[in-house]
Design a protein around this ligand. Structure first.
Ligand SMILES: [Zn+2]
Length: 205
């Protein structure tokens, strides 16, 4: 399987296309939260919330071809296979609990959309799916280059660079570093850590 590699600038271009096709104001207007779940559905992808693993070790899974997906069914209780259509993103229902972080749910959605945008051709017809694992499983069980690209495009989709810059220069006066990161994370509805990394990578912090 040949791994396509996209430079960050190419990924920014993909994000711009996807976001502006949904609503150009999200990209050129006042910086705001990117409605990632709505954008996924506007791409014709079905979003489904299921208990993917009892342990929560799989947070999301992109299904490229019609087939089956493993879920945990509390009624059995046990694992079962459900029929899933190609073009489905499964999100672990644990991320939807009230005590779960919005940033984590949104990042998982964005990461899976990134797989769909970048790796559809790669996985299509193989019967494989791209699953987002927590912790170190990611390195062992998945092609880590693909995961890194999905992580990067995921963060770009939630924090498009022109909007991050616009917001940064608007909010910077009178705020210390910590307050700036917190306020920007709040505007974009991402974790503070994700926002800090995005700013640092572009030498804004
Ligand atoms: Zn992944």
């Amino acid at each position: 399987m040949r791994t396509p590699y996209y430079r960050e600038q190419a990924l920014e271009g993909i994000a711009r296309e996807v976001i502006t096709a949904y609503d150009p104001n999200l990209y050129y207007g006042v910086p705001r939260m990117i409605p990632i779940e709505d954008i996924i559905e506007a791409q014709g992808i079905t979003l489904e919330y299921q208990c993917l693993r009892k342990t929560g070790c799989v947070l999301g899974e992109t299904v490229f071809d019609d087939g089956g997906a493993i879920i945990y069914d509390y009624d059995i209780p046990g694992y079962t296979v459900i029929a899933v259509k190609g073009g489905t993103i499964l999100i672990d229902s644990s991320l939807c609990r009230e005590d779960a972080s919005t940033g984590r749910l949104r990042f998982t959605c964005a990461h899976e959309l990134a797989h769909w945008l970048l790796h559809k051709r790669l996985y299509s017809g193989t019967g494989e799916s791209a699953a987002m694992m927590t912790g170190t499983n990611i390195v062992r069980t998945q092609n880590s280059a693909l995961e890194m690209q999905a992580n990067l495009l995921g963060s770009i989709l939630l924090m498009p660079l022109p909007q991050v810059k616009r917001c940064f220069y608007q909010l910077q006066p009178g705020r210390d570093r910590q307050q700036l990161v917190a306020d920007m994370a709040d505007i974009f509805q991402v974790s503070k850590q994700a926002m800090r990394i995005r700013l640092e990578n572009h030498h804004l912090l």
